[in-house]
Design a protein around this ligand. Sequence first.
Ligand SMILES: Cc1ncc(C[n+]2csc(CCOP(=O)(O)OP(=O)(O)O)c2C)c(N)n1
Ligand SMILES: [Mg+2]
Length: 933
Amino acid sequence: MKLGHQDPTTEVRGLCLDPLIYNSKEERTMISDLDLIQARNQLSAPEQVALEDLENQEWLESLEYVLRSAGKDRVGGLLELLERYALRQGVRLPHRLQTPYINTIPREQEGAYPGNLELERRIAQLVRWNLAVMVTRANKHADGIGGHIATYASTAEIMEVGFNHFFRGPEAGLDRDMVFFQGHGAPGIYARAFLEGRLSEDDLERFRRELAPGGGLSSYPHPWLMPHFWEFPTVSMGLGPIQAIYQARFIRYLENRGLKPKSSSKVWAILGDGETDEPETVGALRLAAREELDNLVFIVNANLQRLDGPVRGNSKIIQELERFFRGAGWNVIKVVWGSRWDDLLARDQEGALIERFERLTDGESQRYAAYGGAELRKRFFDTPALKKLVEDLSDEELTELTLDRGGHDLKKLYAAFKAASEHVGSPTVILARSIKGYGLGPTTQAKNVAHQIKKLGEEDLLESRSFLQIPLSDEQVRALSYYHPGPESPEVRYLKERRAALGGSIPQRKVRAQALETPGSELFEEFYKGSEGREISTTMAFVRMLTKLLRDPKVGKYIVPIVPDEARTFGMEALISSVGIYSPQGQLYEPVDAGTLTAYKESKSGQLLEEGITEAGAMSSFIAAGTAYAHWGIPTIPFYIFYSMFGQQRVGDLFWAAGDQRTRGFLLGATAGRTTLQGEGLQHNDGNSHVLALTVPNLEAYDPAYAYELAVIVEDGLKRMFAKGEDIFYYITLMNENYPQPPMPEPREQVREGILKGLYLFQRSDLKRPKLRVQLLGSGAILNEALKAAQLLAEFGVAADVWSAPSYKRLYLDAIETARHNRLHPEAPRKPYVRQVLEETEGPIIAATDYLKALPELIAGHLDRPVHSLGTDGFGRSETREALRDFFEVDAKHIAQAALAALHQEGKLELKNLQAAIRKLGVDTDREAPHLR
Ligand SMILES: Cc1ncc(C[n+]2csc(CCOP(=O)(O)OP(=O)(O)O)c2C)c(N)n1
Ligand SMILES: [Mg+2]
């Protein structure tokens, strides 16, 4: 391009610039690179600067021409072209994941606001007031009862935009949205439900007093406690975001598999900026981008503070998150500044403000929100250009500026929500900058203590009453009055109309599922029959059972098998080819094993969720599939099979959250048992999970020894959860030890009942004229050791009856319930089941498990005689099964020895006979206990 006519360049042109800029392409290519470089190097420093200015101008003019004549997309295309060209020439461009610290959507593109701004602002203020009063009153009545004021105060406008314009409620049917509310923002949700008329003043008075007559409001979102209100437990930081991702993904799974018509429903998750530190919050972002979940929106309430203080005092959390989310493939919308800052930005021709934003830290921002305009003038507007920008603004106006953050600007928030909901091809995160404790007075607003303030003092209440414009007298404020403008007030009518238009109130939990006809005994018959001598593991039996269930005409399509990259470990590879791995893209390649019977198959309608190595993700899928009965009225039945040590031990809090939200389904802890999994060692050998399973109240836990036990448990579990609609879920351990699976003993009905209750007689000793008798209890693979021990004991003339104990948890729950009954009703005492069945028997009770000794100890206090417990306390080892069982003293010889020692303690066996038996059995009595080693 010829620029000769442009005057400012003539001075520098005088020298040897001609070859650099005045030649046509043909001429230029005739000049060597060396000449060009030399020519440029000969320029003086000012000439170099002038030349660069000239180049800048030339490029910008060209760009502007294209922008004006061909539009933004063309500019984008050109920049891409340039980037590719530059890359080919070896130019390494910086990775640009971060944009300037300004709003992503400029003012010109905000569009008109579809609602009543004034009313919505007012509603936000009313909610702030009532939530602050509710928490303050609760703590006045019961000091230390707690609650959070500052969080929802920072998010009130975000919530108004969602509630009035986006979040669709249950009556929207399959177009309903799922909303994950910030857990400790619950007081604001209650306060808004109060305006809406869903909760009364009485209800608010019982915040955090759930045991009050008539029930109270739970501290945080807990579907277990408020089953018609809350849907998603979110207060354990990070669990909300990861669950939101997998719920959004599961919606697509249901649609792609034809279980649910396609709908426009969205998943919204509102989360804290501090919460983004949790690995669960950010750990599954890539899945959401990879599967193009544009039905998912995160809204980070970036109030720049967490519990103790600033989230990133020295930098900017929004910028950090922008880089992170964009790097993970998300669409990022920043809502940093409010409208007042737009005026300043428009006046700032030099770009001084944008430059200053780069220097701003979050710690500094917090000071301005806390101390107002004078502080802002003094510290923020710190260059002559910046000072000039605000010279005609008063300190009061500057204070308004400190409060003018994007997260409190309805118009800007609306534009962001709208852009997010219309965005196609990837999930969106809205990063909204807000103020913690906004409007709640000087002690709270933006202070480091904001999070912990549970009671507003009188001064603060009076001040926030005025700031929030609540029409209450000083007297009423001192009396801690709520303020409801009345059901016919414009505010209440407006918010109710908006909710009616958007499908009804939220949060609201409605169970839609119909009862399912679950498979009867025919499907399970082959397992009741046993393996006819074939040596198989319970894992193999389970895989066979799952395969049959998948083919069942009634429930087959609802089965959702889930694995975290362990299908081959559990011998499930055949499922990969039979039902296929769910992949929204289908399969874009020919698998390396194409043509074989077990070819790797990915498919859009694939049924298997192959989650990769993420137990937290797989557990979130389990929750999504196990709650679809309620959310969608689709009774999907998850079977999540995992390495048992990486279950509760790894993601126990998600088990807890699954229980809270009434998830239904089966969790299978495979390769289970501290001594049954050989070779893998300390990290893998699980002797813990059944103890951990005790903690979740609605989790049924079983450690079946045989295929028929497993079949009874699964058959009954399906019925209880999906036919009767019980809000329980199952944890079942599966082993990889192969042994013949015996047929179910007779009478079957009695055995079935015993399995489900946790204990039944497997084999009565047929020893003729025994000298002594013992009762041996075994669970899981250790039952076989108990059976071998019975043979050893026979050699000493001791008859041993062998019991299978598939669930100590069941026995324990029944026992403690009975004990309680007996405490409270001494006139009508009962016997716990475990005592009913063991009381009639004779001889000491020895119970052996592959888990901690604590498990059999659970029943010890509920019997007429002691329980001698053998278990696997201690760190595991990599060894053979045999060596492990010897080490942990749960093999046949140790069980037999324990039985003989117990007989001796009861005075039924002489010491010398016991000592001789110990020698004969080969038990080493001098080694250190395994739990100390
Ligand atoms: C797993 C977990 N750890 C700790 C807490 C305790 N806790 C509750 S709120 C909070 C701070 C939250 O900060 P942020 O996410 O920024 O939310 P904000 O209140 O600022 O909106 C903490 C540490 C928790 N609820 N869950
Ligand atoms: Mg925060």
